[in-house]
Design a binder for this molecule. Structure first.
Ligand code: 5MY
Ligand code: ATP
Length: 504
């Protein structure tokens, strides 16, 4: 168990924690994050449904094991798949219970109401300690401007290519765009997002910028901006693009007054979009943005199965622009390769999951050998990498595919964090870390977060959800068509009436 955390020469003593040093940073469905006011650290604590909290079946040991499993999955599975540079696996820590309880009380008023159906785990004291990715550690940053951080949850970037897909619509309209209809109907969001992940993952700069613009217009839970570690955009109902542009202007136009009036917001946001796009396309290991290392293929996954989504609003010219590829080592390419481990689609995977279920019913002790709930070590990674491509009817094949699918699910739900800091006027940035879309130069870093393993049990839920989303989308398409047809009839009826009463 970790007692102290060492970082940048500072030591955080876990037995002397003070809740006053920490503040609410953010949360998702499963965890709540607090950040340290001086050290560049965050603590990620798990949450539980409010009704279960007090009857938590877990012992402290089980809770620590669970947290350690998350760290191991990040470190041993997702890091090798996504790249050393992008993944920060963190450390499992055991915090004093008093500290956790005080912290929980302190952050309660900051929490959005929509997330309060769950409560922070105050029973085990277990958490993950991670670097604060909204901060940047570089000696080349400007002393005057605090770092900016853009967080994107890109979601699934391809159309399923599996022969097991039973509904043709799944090959034409992407999961995110279909899911929007279902989310609006369920009241999760009030306004439809026009973002399409297939544009972001296209590798075509024009389409990528278009996608980022859509994220800015309707961020939902897919887009956030932090300034100096504080959330300044996203996660709120109202969208104030002009206000955002005002805050960002000094980063792109530090001293001149050349842009003004209503144009200025557009120009500033356009600069932001270009910087984000540049960071998403850059390959850190390769020296210059987008350039592969010697002897390596230049391209990421082929566009097959992910060309474009029919629900998207792209101008035809953008699609006519030919096939594009993501540079092989860029963050989006890495995420897409992991997402595409879902090669069978949930429809092809579900029967294999049932095969595993039957096997476990008959031989419950096999659960551990097959590593259904971990441990997430090199053997687990081997099972993912060496899974046979054809079904030989074996349990090994079924388990390999189930493991691959779970990794793909994690990659479909992760977030990318791009942290930018303007370089000081006379300071040169380190090579590999520079993007220069306008006259400004930025030091930047790109990370991937929220790489928790998805539970084996959630596969049954995924199967049901998939059919709900698709059926709902088909029904709403059908009612749209019926409405269009009946309005056509109404128009014709109206024309007929006019004819009857038209003076001869
Ligand atoms: O199933 P999806 O596609 O809606 O994704 C869920 C996310 O919803 P989203 O569509 O991004 O709004 C959902 O995000 P929100 O809570 O809606 O912000 C979670 O990320 C959920 O993961 P987990 O169950 O907490 O591990 C995500 O669930 P899974 O990744 O487990 O499917
Ligand atoms: N290492 C980090 N540094 C800075 N901010 C972080 C870090 N990890 C998480 N966050 C912030 O906290 C938020 C919630 O974290 P995270 O996405 O891991 O929660 P989650 O509950 O797992 O999410 P989901 O709803 O996708 O399951 C993130 O969206 C991000 O803004």
């Amino acid at each position: 168990m970790v007692v102290n955390i060492h970082h940048n020469g500072c030591v955080m003593e876990l037995d002397k924690m003070d809740e006053n040093d920490w503040k609410y940073h953010g949360e998702g469905n499963k965890s709540l994050v607090v950040s340290h006011s001086q050290l560049s650290h965050v603590l990620r604590l798990l949450k539980y449904p409010a009704e279960n909290a007090e009857h938590s079946p877990q012992t402290t040991e089980q809770a620590f094991r669970h947290i350690q499993n998350i760290v191991d999955f990040n470190k041993n599975i997702m890091k090798p798949l996504l790249g050393e540079k992008y993944v920060h696996h963190g450390e499992a820590v055991k915090l004093p219970l008093d500290f956790v309880r005080q912290l929980s009380l302190k952050v309660q008023q900051e929490r959005p109401e929509s997330r309060c159906d769950k409560v922070m785990d105050t029973f085990s004291g277990c958490a993950v300690c991670l670097p604060n990715l909204t901060q940047i550690s570089s000696c080349h940053i400007s002393q005057h401007r605090p770092p900016l951080c853009i967080e994107i949850k890109p979601k699934c970037g391809f159309l399923p290519f599996s022969r097991h897909v039973s509904k043709e619509i799944k090959r034409k309209v992407c999961r995110f765009c279909m899911h929007q209809h279902f989310k609006l109907a369920n009241g999760k969001w009030k306004t439809m997002s026009r973002y399409c992940p297939l544009d972001l993952f296209s590798g075509n700069k024009q389409r990528m910028c278009f996608a980022i613009k859509r994220l800015l217009e309707e961020p939902q839970n897919n887009f956030k901006i932090f300034k100096n570690g504080e959330l300044i955009y996203g996660c709120k109902e109202d969208v104030d693009l002009n206000g955002l542009a005002q805050q960002l202007k000094p980063y792109f136009y530090p001293s001149n007054g050349l842009i003004h009036g209503h144009q200025s917001s557009k120009v500033v946001l356009n600069e932001l979009i270009q910087v984000i796009c540049g960071a998403l396309l850059s390959s850190w290991d390769s020296g210059r943005a987008g350039e592969p290392r010697k002897g390596e293929p230049r391209k990421g996954p082929a566009p097959e199965g992910r060309a474009h989504c029919e629900a998207g609003l792209l101008h035809r010219d953008m699609l006519r622009n030919g096939n594009h590829y993501l540079p092989k080592d860029c963050v989006l390419s890495k995420i897409l390769q992991a997402q595409m481990l879902d090669s069978l689609d949930i429809e092809g995977l579900y029967p294999l999951y049932k095969r595993v279920e039957r096997h476990l019913e008959e031989f419950p002790k096999e659960r551990s050998r097959l590593q259904i709930d971990g441990p997430y070590n090199e053997h687990f990674l081997e099972k993912i990498k060496n899974c046979p491509s054809e079904d030989d009817g074996s349990i090994e094949y079924a388990v390999g595919k189930v493991h691959q699918y779970r990794v793909a699910m994690t990659a479909k739900d992760c977030s990318v964090m791009i942290t930018l800091a303007p370089c000081g006027e006379d300071e040169l940035p380190e090579p590999n870390l520079e993007i220069q879309p306008s006259k400004r130069r930025f030091t930047y870093s790109v990370s991937i977060l929220d790489l928790d393993p998805k539970p084996y049990e959630s596969i049954a839920h995924q199967y049901k959800l998939d059919s709900k989303i698709v059926n709902y989308y088909l029904r709403s398409l059908q009612s749209k068509q019926e409405a269009a047809v009946s309005s056509l009839y109404l128009e014709r009826d109206h024309e007929d009436c006019t004819l009857v009463f038209h003076p001869v």
